[in-house]
Design a protein around this ligand. Structure first.
Ligand SMILES: Cc1ncc(C[n+]2csc(CCOP(=O)(O)OP(=O)(O)O)c2C)c(N)n1
Length: 321
């Protein structure tokens, strides 16, 4: 399978939308306009988009506390996400969840998750449903390097393997779990660990959209063909702190600047499609501009939206199913 011109434009558009969204949230949080806590995904765009380009509405993903990028990559509308982060009534979850609980089940986005390692068991459930009902769907768990050491994640590897579930575990190793370096907490590659569970696994450069896309294609095809779970170890860097406000004293001098200058996923994407003569620079500029405008528009709407009222407090507390 090849990426068409439309696919390339869509991938770039989603990556730009994530970058613009995260940069805007960074600014707004610094200005004190956003309540609560936010963790940003800027720098990691090629991972979420490289994987989600293969997914459709039959497929489910579970995210992490760093969830905005996964939502956008899966097609969740930024017009509902921004007010959610601002705690407004028009947000996707009525402003009651905020950054770490954005969910859109209609899009197969099972939720960002404040519980580190909370996503893998959820996707095992979604994958079991897909397998039982024969929907052809797969389920993807995005997992941080820190979360990869949680019992919930390791038990999910076990379960997915034993039940031969259509699951893909995408370990996004951005170098740190809060301030603990993954080179210290995860010895070697996650591919070695996957071997212990009898799962096929591969390691990719997470700044390279095409490398992620290709690894995800193989793993997702395998899952759809009934050949069980796989693991992808994605190595990348995040541009902002663990959370907004983090002084990042644990990072090397100029680490962020060097990554931005040499490994930025948008820059690498532009270079690759330019060299191959697949897309023109002006086309990509236009995509970037329109992503910026879209985010600006959402920001204005989110700021102008109402807060939930007292009467909203007791709605959505119980769900019938
Ligand atoms: C069960 C649980 N333990 C601890 C925490 C506190 N905590 C929040 S984020 C985080 C680090 C997660 O690191 P990683 O999984 O590598 O994701 P990253 O932040 O690097 O994207 C920790 C320990 C939590 N939210 N949930």
């Amino acid at each position: 399978m090849q990426l068409s011109r439309e696919d390339l434009l869509k991938a770039f558009e989603r990556m730009c939308l994530i970058r613009e969204f995260e940069d805007a949230v960074h600014e707004e949080f610094s200005a004190g306009n956003i309540p609560g806590f936010v963790h940003l995904y800027a720098g990691e765009e090629a991972s979420g988009v490289g994987v989600c380009m293969h997914l459709d509405d039959r497929d489910n993903i579970a995210s992490t506390h760093r969830g905005h990028g996964h939502c956008i990559a899966k097609g969740v509308d930024v017009a509902g996400m921004m007010p959610e982060i601002f705690g407004k009534k028009t947000g996707l979850c009525g402003g009651k969840g905020g950054s770490m609980h954005i969910a859109d089940l209609g899009k197969g986005m099972m939720g960002a998750n404040g519980i580190v390692g909370g996503g893998p068991p959820l996707v095992c459930g979604a994958a079991l449903t897909a397998k039982t009902l024969k929907t052809g769907g797969v389920a993807v768990a995005f997992v941080g390097d820190g979360a990869s050491n949680q019992g919930t994640t390791l038990e999910s590897f076990n379960l997915a393997r034993v039940w031969n579930l259509p699951v893909i575990f995408v370990i996004e190793d951005n170098g740190y779990a809060e301030s603990t370096a993954s080179s210290w907490s995860v010895s070697g590659s996650q591919t070695e660990r996957a071997k212990g569970f009898g799962m096929p696994a591969t390691e990719v450069d997470g700044h390279d959209f095409f490398a992620v896309w290709e690894a995800a294609r193989e793993a997702i095809e395998r899952a759809r063909a009934g050949e069980g779970p796989s693991l992808i170890h994605v190595r990348l860097k995040r541009y902002y702190g663990h959370f907004e406000g983090d002084a990042q004293t644990y990072k090397g001098a100029n680490e962020n600047e060097e990554t931005r200058a040499n490994k930025d996923c948008l820059m690498l994407f532009r270079r690759r499609v330019g060299e191959a003569g697949l897309l023109e620079g002006e086309e990509l500029d236009a995509v970037e501009r329109s992503a910026k405008q879209r985010v600006e528009q959402c920001l204005l709407q989110a700021k102008a939206a109402d807060m939930p009222t007292e009467a909203d407090l007791l709605t959505d507390v119980y769900v019938s199913y």
